[in-house]
Design a protein around this ligand. Structure first.
Ligand code: NDP
Ligand code: MG
Length: 389
């Protein structure tokens, strides 16, 4: 029996993780759940899964949750600081990091510090501070298993292989809803359109990141740290069917791929059960449905966020942290119709140029760079013709 802390249990990944738990009640028990604002769902989840504790990170929502769960044997905590405590509890075996954005970093770092096992969906943790997180994990013996489908694919391809035998990894990208489109089209797209991903149903932030290809850029940086790769060893290929989840190319030229239907429950289950593979009733891959698998080069010129993320990866230091912060600000602004699709890249690029470079940042440096980048990106958002309307 593995006891889980599911951070971000009300999100797309969090709810799917609870489905996995429901399918294997003999293997998994929920010890902790956390959410930020969606108290209704958090309360319903607490009643159903009977965790030892729930954390509502938004302090203003504490009373609502506390009152609703009065008659349940559930401890209720509030605030981000509570998260960093519960992840260290002895009664927690695995932490699923499914909070979105920079907000997920502190609790995962605390779990790594405590030597815990982590199933990591929150890619921003590694984008921002991958060097510190992986170094600390090596020191404490914390094991990090990726949930992101591409990284789960690479992880699965690497089981039983030597690290020196990796020539490169090739991340597949669906290309998102605007694959093949050019700037004259993109300048007019609205959030409602960008939120319609062809193959995956996900939270709003990652769905916009998939439309801009920033998601793939963040994933390049995530792969670098997770698998200890050099920048030159990481490639991206667009594969619209999302059937092959990624490739590893070895020094003998052999390519290994992991494939399956696009369903996040599979990598979630793999990460929670590793090294076991659990039987399930998920839909099986049907070769008639995916008769043709195609691959094409990404359009770095149109989808500038991908080029900017790659640049940040090569630059290193606090640049990926700055990129991530500016991206979080612009995605939020785009969702609120305060900037247009193309302005997102302009703002990220300008923010990257503005914030002072730190070559070997400490944790505090990352927090400072994040705050600085947000401040500057917000100012730029305010100057957008859309925001001033
Ligand atoms: P969602 O937006 O669906 O869910 C986010 C979760 O985080 C919710 O539980 C939310 O709580 C909580 N949350 C939001 N803001 C904060 C905050 N400031 N502090 C604490 N908790 C917060 O996101 P996804 O599930 O789509 O994504 C989660 C992570 O997994 C992201 O990093 C994403 O990149 C990654 N990922 C997601 C995939 C997917 O298919 N969805 C695929 C691969 C990776 P509340 O509901 O109360 O607001
Ligand atoms: Mg992914």
């Amino acid at each position: 029996m593995k006891r889980l802390a599911i951070l971000g249990s009300t999100g797309s990944i969090g709810t799917q993780a609870l489905d996995v738990v429901s399918s294997h009640p003999d293997l998994f028990r929920v010890e902790v759940l956390s959410a930020h604002s969606n108290t209704e769902l958090l309360i319903a989840q607490a009643r159903k899964y009977k965790p030892n504790a729930v954390v509502v990170t938004n302090d203003a929502k504490y009373e609502t949750v506390k009152k609703a769960l009065e008659s349940e044997p559930v401890k209720v905590f509030a605030g981000q600081a509570s998260l960093t405590e519960v992840v260290c509890w002895e009664s927690v075996d695995i932490i699923l990091g499914a909070i979105v954005g920079f907000a997920g970093l502190r609790s995962i770092y605390a779990a790594v510090d405590a030597g815990k096992r982590i199933a990591l969906a929150n890619k921003e943790t590694l984008v921002v501070a991958g060097d510190l997180v992986m170094q600390r994990a090596a020191e404490t013996g914390s094991v990090i298993i990726p949930v992101d489908s591409e990284h789960s694919a690479i992880f699965q391809c690497l089981v039983g292989e030597y690290h020196e035998a990796i020539e490169k990894v090739i991340l597949t990208a669906s290309g998102g809803p605007f694959r093949g489109k050019k700037p004259n089209f993109l300048v007019n797209v609205k959030a409602s359109h960008a939120l319609q991903h062809p193959n995956w149903t996900m939270g709003a932030k990652i769905t916009i990141d998939s439309a801009t290809l920033m998601n793939k850029g963040l994933e390049m940086i995530e792969a670098k740290w997770l698998f200890g790769l050099k920048n030159e060893q990481i490639d991206v290929i667009v594969h619209p069917q999302s059937a092959v989840h990624s490739f590893v190319q070895f020094t003998d030229g052999s390519l290994k791929a992991q494939a399956g239907i696009p369903d996040m429950k599979l990598p979630i289950q793999y990460a929670l059960a590793y090294p076991q593979r659990l039987p399930n009733t998920f839909k099986r891959y049907d070769f008639k449905e995916f008769a043709n698998l195609t691959f094409e080069e990404p359009d770095y010129k149109t989808f500038r966020n991908l080029a900017l993320a790659k640049e940040a990866m090569f630059k290193g230091g606090n640049t990926p942290c700055v990129l991530n912060a500016a991206n979080e600000v612009t995605v939020q602004a785009f969702l609120q119709n305060r900037v247009d699709f193309l302005e997102m890249s302009d703002i990220i690029e300008k923010t990257m140029a503005k914030v002072d470079f730190v070559a070997a940042p400490s944790f505090a440096d990352y927090e400072y760079s994040d705050a600085e980048a947000r401040k500057y990106a917000e100012e730029l958002v305010k100057q957008s013709p859309l925001a001033t309307h």
